[in-house]
Structure formats: structure tokens, C-alpha cells
Design a protein around this ligand. Structure first.
Ligand SMILES: Cc1ncc(COP(=O)(O)O)c(C=O)c1O
Length: 386
């Protein structure tokens, strides 16, 4: 391998959100990776720092060209650069959109279980989170859309927005093109705008690639805001850079107003060079990263099958987050997570955070050198066996 994913990083005392824990503890929680980003990205950032001039900036055409080039070459998906807007993150874009594209008291629709921070964007803005529960099959450990329920919730006149997670966090599910078209068409029928969060789109580890929604046929794009970012792909969350892609010109103007009104449309000094370098020179690094993550995931699956047969891994193909059914060992995943931490120092996310049937699950981040994944799994086995 050209790039190094095996070296254990010391992220304590680096302002890392997840590493502010006791010295014996191992946090496999927050969705960032314990790998250094691609050297090509670091070099572009260093060059910028060396320039020494850090005045106000705007996202230049080269930035948007890099986004378009990436989606064309990596996902065979076309977007015009005129459809794109820079924003300081996916969640800031969602919060701004919720505030500007819906009204206080409206429903914002989600499919649960789902990434917990969506609830902050919705509830802090005085909107209701309206959930359609995904169906869970206890034999195959897979989820599917409850179409009847989803339609009923869209039909509700107070439902004006839907936040879709494509691919889905925490299940790792990659929506098919047909499912995406069906969801978006259904939303159109009831005048619902769909915000598609595609932050994990570059991290499909095997099987069919994900479908960037902005590349769907024109009639599916009229009520659609797509949000993409290098944040998860290249482990640059603190870069605070994302791109909104909106092909409908009226909706695009409204989205532009939203991110300007909430002041989330201007880049910091590293956002533009970092993103351009990632999208222009990052493909090889990402390819190797995905191989590494897939092998970590396969290791985890084999380990659990052999040592913890009472746990069941939900078979997702995207993200470095693994969603594990723990219903045979607990009826309260918060209590389970606390016990695991107390007994072994392993910190994982209780599925309860993600609503829906999450109380029967835990979420583990496997974007770590293999040695740490092994350490985490041994701690998990020790705690569960106790
Ligand atoms: C689905 C999803 N959306 C958004 C984010 C955060 O995006 P940002 O840091 O660009 O606000 C995360 C981080 O975990 C995520 O999993």
C-alpha cells in the first residue's frame, strides 16, 4: 500500500471531540477517522499556510470544477457548476434550509433510525421531526422503507421538508436509484422539498455505487437539494466545507438565500485549497482507504460471528459505521454502552441516539488502524461475555 493506514495516531490533547477521554479508554464513536488525511491534501494546506495572506475569500470556479470533475470521474454523475453553492458544512446547510425553506411548526420528515444531529437542526428551529419508521426484518437484519407510512406522512399538509440520508447513517444502506426516484417523486406529489445528505456517498465499500441524486432525471430534481462534502471521505471534518447542488433555479435561489441569511456561505482559509486538492488528487488515497475499511469490516463481521454469535451485524455496504443488533443481550442499549465503558474502557454509541428501533442496536466506528479495531473488539467481547 502506498499510503499508511496502520500507524496509530495519538489524538489525545489535540482538541479531538472523541479523544477527550480517560487514558485507558478507546472511543469508537464520532464519525471521523483515526487516519491522517491524504498527503496531497496536507501539502495543499501547507502551501496555503505558507502564503501568509488570509483575507476574505470566495469559492472560485476551480473549486466548483473540482467538485464536478470528482462526481463525473468517481460516480459517473454530471452536475453543472452553476447548480453549486459553497457552504461551511452539511449540517449548517441543513439547519439554514430548515429555517428558510419551511415554517415554524412544520413537519420535517425523516426515516428512522437516522443520524441524530438532524434532530438538532429540526427541533432547535422550532419544527417537528416527523418520523417514518423503516421496517426491520429480524431474520435478515435488514431495513426497508415502509412506503405506505412514508406516503401518509408526506400527505400531511404540515410536512414541507424531508431529510434523506444517502447512503444511510447508521445502517450503511445504499439506496437504489429506483428507491430514490420513488421517494423524490412521492415528495413532489405532496409538495415536499427533499434535502439529500450525501456526505457518506464516497464511502461505498463494496457492491453497487451510490446514486448522487443531482444526477437523476430532470423531473426528479425539481424539489431537490443535494449536499456533498469531502468531510467524511478524506477525514477533513474540521475543514468545514460542503457543496449544495440544486438544479432547479428557483429552489437554488432560495437555498442561496438560506445559506447567506445564516452566514454559512463563506470559506475559511483552508476550505478551498483543501477541497480542490482532495477532489483533484485524492482518488488513489480513497481507493486504498476503502480497501482498508472493507477489510476492517470483514474482520469485525468474522470476529462477531465467531465470538459473539448473540450479536448481529446489519449488512450495510457504505460508511465506516457498523450497526449491530444487540437485542439478544439487552433491552436498553444506553445501559449496555455504559457497562461496556465501565468494564473495558471501550466507548461506542448506543443506538438509542438514532431513534426508531435504535434501542436494540449499538454503532461502532471502524475507521481505525486494524490493531485498534482488534483491541476494540476484544474489549467488546469481554464486556458482552461478562
Ligand atoms: C449523515 C451525516 N451528515 C452530516 C454530518 C456532519 O456534516 P458536517 O460536519 O459537514 O456538518 C455527519 C457526521 O457524522 C453525518 O454522518
Amino acid at each position: 500500500m502506498k499510503y499508511d493506514f496502520d500507524t496509530i495516531l495519538d489524538r489525545r490533547h489535540t482538541n479531538s471531540e472523541k479523544w477527550d477521554v480517560k487514558s485507558n479508554e478507546l472511543p469508537m464513536t464520532t464519525a471521523d477517522m483515526d487516519f491522517k488525511t491524504a498527503p496531497e491534501i496536507m501539502q495543499a494546506m501547507k502551501d496555503k499556510i505558507n502564503s501568509g495572506a488570509f483575507g476574505y475569500e470566495y469559492p472560485n470556479q476551480e473549486y466548483f470544477n473540482a467538485v464536478a470533475h470528482w462526481y463525473k470521474t468517481e460516480h459517473n454523475a454530471e452536475a453543472q457548476t452553476s447548480w453549486m453553492r459553497f457552504a461551511t458544512g452539511v449540517i449548517p446547510s441543513i439547519t439554514a434550509s430548515v429555517n428558510h425553506l419551511s415554517h415554524a411548526g412544520d413537519n420535517v420528515l425523516l426515516m428512522e433510525p437516522v443520524y441524530n444531529t438532524f434532530y438538532n437542526s429540526i427541533l432547535n428551529s422550532g419544527r417537528h421531526a416527523l418520523a417514518s419508521q423503516m421496517r426491520y426484518d429480524q431474520n435478515s437484519y435488514t431495513y426497508s422503507v415502509d412506503w405506505e407510512d412514508l406516503e401518509e406522512k408526506m400527505r400531511n399538509p404540515l410536512t414541507t421538508l424531508m431529510i434523506l440520508c444517502n447512503p444511510h447513517n447508521p445502517t450503511g444502506y445504499v439506496w437504489t436509484r429506483d428507491e430514490l426516484i420513488r421517494i423524490i417523486k412521492l415528495a413532489q406529489k405532496y409538495g415536499v422539498i427533499v434535502i439529500s445528505d450525501e456526505i457518506h456517498g464516497d464511502l461505498v465499500l463494496k457492491g453497487p455505487d451510490y446514486t448522487p441524486t443531482f444526477s437523476l432525471p430532470e423531473d426528479c430534481r425539481q424539489n431537490l437539494v443535494t449536499l456533498v462534502s469531502t468531510s467524511k471521505t478524506f477525514n477533513v471534518a474540521a475543514l468545514h466545507a460542503a457543496t449544495g447542488i440544486v438544479s432547479n433555479s428557483i429552489l437554488r435561489e432560495r437555498f442561496t438565500r438560506a445559506i447567506n441569511k445564516y452566514e454559512v456561505a463563506e470559506p475559511n482559509l483552508l476550505a478551498i485549497p483543501g477541497t480542490i486538492a482532495a477532489y483533484t488528487h485524492g482518488a488513489d488515497w480513497l481507493y486504498q482507504l476503502k480497501q482498508y475499511l472493507l477489510s476492517n469490516r470483514e474482520y469485525l463481521e468474522a470476529f462477531i460471528k465467531k465470538n459473539l454469535p448473540q450479536l448481529h451485524v446489519v449488512p450495510g455496504t457504505a460508511t465506516y459505521l457498523v450497526w449491530i443488533d444487540v437485542s439478544e443481550v439487552t433491552d436498553d442499549s444506553i445501559v449496555l454502552a455504559q457497562k461496556i465503558r465501565q468494564k473495558t474502557g471501550l466507548i461506542i454509541n448506543p443506538g438509542t441516539y438514532y431513534h426508531g428501533n435504535g434501542n436494540d442496536f449499538i454503532r461502532i466506528n471502524i475507521a481505525y488502524p486494524l490493531a485498534q479495531v482488534k483491541d476494540g473488539l476484544h474489549r467488546l467481547a469481554k464486556a458482552i461475555k461478562n
